[in-house]
Design a protein around this ligand. Structure first.
Ligand code: 5GP
Ligand code: ZN
Length: 141
């Protein structure tokens, strides 16, 4: 089956073999390779073999395939690199930190005190406000 591509997209170029990468794993729907700006040793990316920018437009089976590949890479990194923690991160839109608009999941090994800033401090929300948003979301599901 043919998937959408974008001639200007760096990940489409990697998928097509037009740009090099340190490839880890490939299957029919996905590719995993090392991130060239790693936050920690082992930082890798699992991408779809198709140009879908964000989680709302990628077909569910392709997203599931990317998640499966990310899990395989994460398991290998946890076994071989023995990090103290592991984040799988997926960004949608520049406000969320997305810089490449081609859906991907970061596999990010973590160490205590590594200063990668993904964490936030939980603080109790307003229950009425939480419920109001839940009602809106439920109506859209
Ligand atoms: P985002 O910011 O969209 O969540 O993540 C994009 C990631 O792609 C960044 O971590 C960035 O380092 C990585 N990246 C950008 N260009 C290239 C490239 O040409 N090759 C590889 N391997 N990674 C890239
Ligand atoms: Zn692309």
């Amino acid at each position: 089956m043919s998937h959408p591509t974008d001639a200007d997209c760096v990940f489409c170029k990697i998928v097509a073999g037009k740009l090099p990468c340190f490839k880890l794993l490939e299957d029919e729907s996905t590719l995993a390779f090392m991130d060239i700006n790693p936050v920690n040793p082992g930082h890798a990316l699992a991408v779809a073999k198709g140009h879908w920018p964000t989680v709302d437009v990628i077909p569910a089976d392709m997203l599931a395939a990317v998640a499966r590949t990310a899990q395989q890479v994460a398991k290998a990194a946890m076994k071989v690199l023995a990090p103290e923690g592991m984040n799988l991160v997926q960004a949608n839109g520049s406000a969320a930190g997305q810089s490449v608009p081609h859906l991907h999941i970061h596999v990010m090994p973590r160490r205590v005190g590594d200063d990668v800033s993904l964490n936030w401090t939980p603080a109790p929300g307003d229950m009425k406000a939480i419920e109001a948003v839940a009602d809106k979301l439920r109506a859209a599901l």
